[in-house]
Ligand binder design. Structure first.
Ligand code: PLP
Length: 391
């Protein structure tokens, strides 16, 4: 069968001329990132589905070698199993409704759960029985992360010890897990969490199935240098130094998919130093203001017009009527950009499409695949680049 080829970004603009934003998936990049994690992490790599559950993303990651998935809800489990019937799904949300535990176990045969409180152990035992693995999540200090997830989940170390003993005493298999926080830029975060894991394991002194080191690996937004191979090597060294011999799991989301998607948006109006575009914080750009992320971008002049201006950080207004829908310089574009021009924003794979709301009727539902590698990976990460379309 002839391999299917997908259109280029320029031809999407020329042929479709959509006035709504287009979310672009780059399968080759996703496959490459999946292979990098699978090769360099000495354990099982679970993709954190919440980060981007689109079927094009799941498919590309599975082609790159991902076979296990961190899921947090029944719809996420369903999305994975619909596309990949043999996938291993872990139900790793620490707080679950009884109905969700029931359906996960009964309909999908899930046997891996996460808890950070005794009541959750009770629920799982009552509903799913004892032939399950229950991983106890402990809190980390969240240092250096844009999102400190331990402000919501994770038992304090002493409590984690107690929970592990309860899981073991009840005849369930036990595991241990943590999350250093999302977009974690502290190089020592995994090492200090691993030290805490060892202390907990020593005190609990119960057999464990695995140690799951969670997600948190960063994406290379502007100004952020990321060397995933070096990070994974450092984690492997720490595991060795600390004498951890348990099977390892990790649950990357952002670092696996950020690079593999972009967003094509259009300028609907220019007012001086501000541009009004057709995507904003209620769509795929909801993280921009929280993390102060700056994305690589390239602009396409309307009707083949050449853009020659210097890179400029515009104030960018999203399409909704809400005055909060505004971002200060989320990307740089040529300063001669005008109404009708297009901007492709890179590094958009993580927590973008998954968080888009459809507020005010602005729905981002056109998702297309493009072959090859995107511009910000081909060149030395240009922050702004102008592209002239063939007429
Ligand atoms: N695992 C769990 C349990 C999470 O809650 C998250 C994110 O919220 C992830 C993995 C993925 O984290 P990241 O995208 O920072 O890698």
């Amino acid at each position: 069968m002839k391999a299917r080829s997908f259109p280029s970004v320029a031809s999407i603009i020329e042929r479709l001329n959509p006035s709504y934003p287009v979310f672009i998936v780059w399968p080759e990049v996703l496959r490459e990132k999946a292979r990098l994690f699978v090769e360099h992490f000495s354990g099982d790599v679970l993709y954190a589905v919440k980060c981007n559950p689109h079927p094009f993303v799941l498919k590309a990651l599975s082609e790159g070698g991902i076979t296990s998935y961190d899921t947090a809800s029944l719809p996420e489990i369903a999305a994975v199993r619909e596309l990949l019937p043999d996938a291993d799904c872990y139900f790793n949300h620490p707080v679950k409704g009884r109905g969700a535990i029931d359906s996960a176990a009964d309909v999908y045969g899930i046997t891996d759960f996460v808890v950070d409180h005794e009541v959750e152990i009770d629920k799982i035992e009552e509903i799913a029985g004892r032939d399950v693995t229950v991983a106890v999540r402990f809190e980390t200090d969240g240092k250096g992360a844009v999102y400190n997830l331990s402000s919501k989940f994770g038992a304090p170390p002493e409590e984690a010890v107690r929970l592990l003993k309860i899981v073991h005493e009840r005849g369930m298999r036990a595991g241990l897990t943590f999350h250093v926080g999302s977009q974690c830029l502290d190089p020592d975060a995994y090492r200090s969490a691993l030290k805490r894991a060892v202390e907990i394991m020593e005190k609990a002194d119960v057999p464990l199935q695995f140690l799951d080191i969670g997600g948190g690996f960063p994406a290379p937004y502007a100004g952020v240098h990321v060397d995933l191979e070096a990070m994974l090597a450092d984690i492997a060294a720490a595991v060795k130094e600390l004498g951890i011999t348990l099977p390892l799991l990790c649950e990357p989301g952002r670092a696996l998919v950020a690079d593999g998607c972009s967003l094509l948006l259009q300028v609907h109006l220019r007012k001086g130093d501000a541009i009004y575009v057709n995507e904003g914080i209620y769509g795929c750009l909801s993280e921009v203001n929280i993390g102060n992320f700056v994305m690589p971008a390239r602009a396409f002049g309307k009707g083949g017009r050449a853009l020659t201006g210097a890179p400029k950080a515009f104030r960018v207004f999203g399409p909704t009527c809400d005055s909060l829908d505004v971002m200060d310089g989320p990307f740089l574009v040529p300063d001669d950009i005008e109404e009708g021009d297009w901007i492709e924003v890179g590094l958009m794979g993580a927590y973008s499409l998954a968080l888009a709301t459809g507020f005010n009727g602005f729905v981002t539902d056109t998702v297309l695949r493009v072959d090859g590698r995107p511009h910000w990976l081909e060149e030395a990460m240009p922050l702004a680049e102008a592209e002239t379309l063939s007429a």
